[in-house]
Write a protein that binds this ligand. Structure first.
Ligand SMILES: *Cc1c(COP(=O)(O)O)cnc(C)c1O
Length: 245
């Protein structure tokens, strides 16, 4: 990769925009989260100067230290929104509650209640995405939804979890998040994105309160397909920053 961050960013933005238009969507309805895990704070600042305002980190400690470093340079009102996108252990909920502006990988109620307690204490609210396992891979985190269309148990469970979460005072539900399976062919990937979109539509219609219509899916290798299938948040690292060291 010889291009600069602004050049690669322009290409990714154009690809998102074209994918949105292909499926009759407004490109402005897709939030680009640039994933800066493993990259130093300087890289965040470079991307900020290129116009990026949404940054993603997959570990709470790295988010906390990088955010602090970036704020030393840009101040606390830079307009940056920090997304925690990776799984969170329940003993790290305080860090996450204190440093994240969005959380994409909520996969356990224990984590939800702990986050909410801390957020109540600090008088904050955190928008969250529930992570769902649509592929059925055993290694995948997230609530089991791999046969949600045919399995009332899975639907009921998800509904119950979602209801519990929207009643927690510190959390603001936003929608669902999914991780595509490794090494899946294109048809299978598209099917997983489409089924996740349908699940989020179903959930949003089924629950009487809260808004669950956002959808976090798509990474460097598959974001165009995710946008075509309804993603509102794409999480992209390598396609903009280059390979991680
Ligand atoms: C690293 C990561 C991404 C971005 O991956 P790229 O392949 O670099 O685009 C997206 N989501 C999560 C949860 C990640 O950990």
């Amino acid at each position: 990769m010889t291009e600069t961050i602004p050049e690669r960013l322009a290409i990714v933005r154009m690809r998102i925009s074209q994918a949105a238009k292909r499926s009759g969507r407004d490109p402005d309805d897709v939030t680009l989260v640039v994933v800066t895990k493993t990259w130093p704070a300087d890289v965040v600042i470079d991307a900020y100067e290129a116009g990026i305002r949404h940054f993603g980190e997959n570990r709470a400690e790295e988010l906390a230290s990088k955010r602090s470093k970036v704020e030393e340079v840009l101040g606390r009102d830079s307009g940056i929104i920090w997304h925690l996108i990776g799984a969170l252990q329940s003993r790290k909920t305080t860090l996450a509650a204190d440093y994240a502006d969005r959380f994409h990988a909520l996969d356990r109620l224990k984590v939800a209640t702990r986050l909410s307690r801390r957020l109540e204490d600090t008088e904050k609210q955190l928008p969250v995405f529930l992570e769902v396992n649509i592929s059925g891979e055993i290694s995948k985190a997230g609530f089991d939804c791999w046969q949600w269309e045919d399995d009332e148990e899975q639907r009921k469970k998800l509904q119950k979890v979602a209801t519990t979460i929207q009643e927690l005072p510190g959390l603001q539900p936003r929608g669902l998040m999914t991780m595509a399976p490794w090494l899946a062919d294109k048809d299978r990937l598209r099917d997983i994105f489409r089924r996740t979109y349908r699940l989020s539509t179903w959930l949003d219609e089924t629950l009487l309160s809260g808004s669950w219509s956002s959808l976090s899916m798509g990474m460097s290798d598959d974001f165009e397909m995710a946008v075509e299938e309804g993603a509102t948040h794409v999480r992209i690292g390598r396609a903009i920053l280059g390979p991680r060291g």
